[in-house]
Design a protein around this ligand. Structure first.
Ligand code: COA
Ligand code: AMP
Length: 633
């Protein structure tokens, strides 16, 4: 019998009591005065007056209370054929040393440190070291290009940048240092120093006077202790795609965030301290922050930092090998990773090679879990497969089948019900709840529970504009979907121009900005076309300036390269096509939604306001020419 209904009811009826109880899982250096402070609504704070240190909670307290020799972190890197473990004591000691090095470099509480690193243990250590001294980390995913990195440098204004000589993508070395140097050249803000981890696969050239070798820098340092910070101080800033080319600096605080994560480890994921929990994602994403690093460590679990992919490193059995080898109880990954495995090993032959008897639950998030993939995973693994829904902004799940509270019946295609603390509703454009089963804008009634973003970095107004003004009294998630008559939440798509490519959140608006800067392009549109593995991939449509008579292939090739250079390979922008004109409403709005439906061979209604319906035939033909044979005639 699930306890979900009772726990959910209590979380909504008595939020202060509920979260004050949950806060007992955290060590505070000063108790909080108030649980919820909504006096500056819609800017809510949790645990005001309280002080704590996240690194202490993640490491030191476990060392002090009997977990010193337990493995805290397993670095499993099939791309370098390395497996290395860190006990809680070793991870604390290494973190204390790097924290000392940060202090020696002049980094103090409240300073920002930008981390542009691959999936190596030093990335986790760098984040924890920042938390230890109250510095605010901002991790940038390695698949972004130099201009994206520069934008983040200019917004976060880091005192110091921590980086590495390279990342490794399947069997390719990606040099990070030239990207970093270029980003610093492009940025207006210049960091005082860059510390570079030299990896054996590639030696980076250091800029004299500015750059230092990580190992020398850390070796010279004295370990330092944990600095208490306010519960409401920022722990980190993580940039995510917004509806324009400018990314949003999502802030997560220390107190509320840690309380929510600790609560979720037991109640959502159903794991206990001492168990092995693996989130197969990247530190550059929200999943990495919450469920590779802080969540499992705060809860006293063993976490896995995996430098590889679900296929190709070396094969589609790598997840099963790691689960068996490390005794993983819970795996969290993106559906795209499973679609890739399913393509390479449709009959699950590799699954059968390994002893998965200790494996308990698979969680999927980051994009919609299509029922086919989910059922395939259930059949292969014989364990519950849980779709759950959240975003960078929430920092932890908003809808899930809370395994720790006792599972609810699964409805394939739905991430189940709102997680305790969240009141999830579907609203119409006027802000009224739509009838059950009817699609609307998915919103969360304010105040948001602890752990969610309190604001955007240095941008309260942007926070209000992006999330709060469209639906007064609610937080707008940007997702579209419905709540059914059993209170199950269904997330069906976005209400904005965000697309989800292999679990990576990207803005088509940002790609359009790049395409329109090509000298031959008069107008453009980017849509998210359905993709069997990545869920969605971007496809660009270009209208050329009058008089341009260069070969179309040359121009499309150039824009593909431009997106790669300016946004990064992570955008997976590989396809663009030239069209005579774009379908528009009479008021001039490009009908991207209709184009997307055509590409995906979905039914669409001819928009009443379309300027010239004949254009849709041209779009279909253009799509067919680039392989979208599904486009209905
Ligand atoms: N540094 C540099 N480049 C990177 C990178 C990084 N950290 N991550 C990805 N890239 C590059 C890739 O090399 C690839 O480049 P290419 O165009 O030259 O081939 C491009 O960005 C796209 O990468 P990706 O989206 O990862 O596609 P893929 O084809 O290499 O792999 C999957 C496909 C499905 C196996 C892979 O995307 C996957 O495992 N995804 C899981 C996603 C995930 O965990 N998301 C987190 C949310 S839970
Ligand atoms: P990110 O901020 O990168 O984690 O992306 C968050 C977005 O991914 C959400 O707003 C959704 O659009 C999508 N998403 C995440 N998880 C799910 C899910 N389980 N089902 C449907 N969409 C999801």
């Amino acid at each position: 019998m699930s306890r979900y209904a009772e726990v959910y009811r209590r979380s909504i009826a008595e939020p202060e009591r509920f979260w004050a109880e949950a806060a007992q899982a955290i060590d505070w250096t000063r108790p909080f005065d108030r649980v919820l402070d909504d006096s500056r609504a819609p800017f809510t704070t949790w645990f005001a007056g309280g002080e704590l240190n996240c690194c202490y909670n993640a490491l030191d307290r476990h060392v002090e209370r009997g977990r010193a020799d337990q493995i805290a972190l397993i670095y499993d890197s099939p791309v370098t054929r390395t497996i290395k473990t860190y006990s809680y004591r070793a991870l604390r000691d290494e973190t204390a040393r790097v924290a000392g090095a940060l202090v020696a470099s002049g980094v103090a509480k409240g300073d920002r440190v930008l981390i542009y690193m691959p999936m190596v243990p030093e990335t986790a250590i760098a984040m924890l070291a920042c938390a230890r001294i109250g510095a605010i980390h901002s991790v940038v995913f390695g698949g972004f290009a130099a201009p994206e990195l520069a934008t983040r440098i200019d917004d976060a204004k880091p005192k110091l940048i921590l980086s590495a000589s390279c990342g490794i993508e399947v069997n390719r070395v990606i040099e990070y240092k030239p990207l970093l140097d270029k980003a610093i050249d492009l940025a207006k803000h210049k960091p005082e120093r860059c510390i570079v981890l030299q990896r054996p696969e590639c030696q980076a050239t250091l800029v004299p006077g500015r750059d230092a070798d990580w190992r020398e820098w850390a070796a010279a340092a004295r370990p330092t202790g944990c600095v208490p910070v306010k519960a409401t101080d920022p722990l980190y800033v993580l940039y995510t795609s917004g509806t324009t080319g400018v990314p949003k600096g999502v802030v997560h605080d220390n107190g509320g965030y840690l309380v929510a994560l600790a609560w979720s480890m037991k109640n959502v994921y159903g794991v206990d301290p001492g168990e092995v929990y693996w989130a197969a994602s990247d530190m550059g994403w929200a999943v990495g922050h919450s469920y590779i690093l802080y969540g499992p460590l705060v809860h006293g679990c063993t976490t896995i930092l995996f430098e590889g992919k679900s296929v190709g490193t070396p094969d589609a059995g790598v997840y099963w090998r790691a689960i068996a080898q490390h005794g993983v109880k819970v795996l969290f990954t993106a559906p795209t990773a499973f679609r890739a495995i399913k393509r390479e090993d449709p009959n699950g032959l590799l699954v059968k090679k390994y002893d998965l008897s200790r494996f308990r639950t698979l969680f999927l998030a980051g994009e919609r879990s299509d029922p086919d993939t989910l059922q395939w995973a259930e059949a292969q693994l014989g364990v519950p497969v849980i779709d759950h829904w959240w975003q960078t902004e929430s920092g932890w799940p908003m809808a899930a089948n809370c395994m720790g509270l006792g599972p609810l019946p699964v409805k394939h295609g739905s991430p189940t019900k709102a997680v305790p603390g969240y009141q999830v509703v579907a609203l119409d454009d006027g802000g009224r709840e739509v009838p059950r089963g009817q699609t609307g804008s998915i919103c969360v009634r304010l105040p948001l529970p602890p752990g969610c973003l309190p604001t955007l970095w240095n941008n309260d107004e942007g926070y209000r504009r992006s999330y709060l003004i469209d639906f007064p009294g609610y937080y707008k998630t940007g997702d579209a979907g419905f709540v059914d008559s059993d209170d199950y939440v269904w997330i069906m798509g976005r209400t904005d121009d965000i697309i989800n490519v292999a679990g990576h959140r990207l803005s088509t608006g940002a790609m359009e900005e790049v395409l329109s800067s090509h000298p031959d392009v008069a107008e453009c549109a980017v849509i998210g076309a359905a993709d069997a593995i990545k869920g969605q991939v971007p496809v660009g449509f270009l209208v050329l300036k009058v008089g341009v008579n260069r070969p179309h292939d040359a121009i499309t090739g150039e824009v593909v390269q431009m997106v790669r250079d300016r946004i990064g390979p992570v955008a997976s922008f590989r396809t663009a096509t030239v069209v005579q004109r774009l379908p528009k409403t009479r008021s001039g709005k490009i009908l991207r939604g209709t184009m997307q439906k055509i590409a995906n061979a979905e039914q669409y209604r001819l928009p009443a306001t379309i300027d010239d319906p004949a254009i849709l035939g041209e779009i279909k033909a253009a799509l067919r020419a680039i392989g979208y044979a599904g486009a209905p005639t």
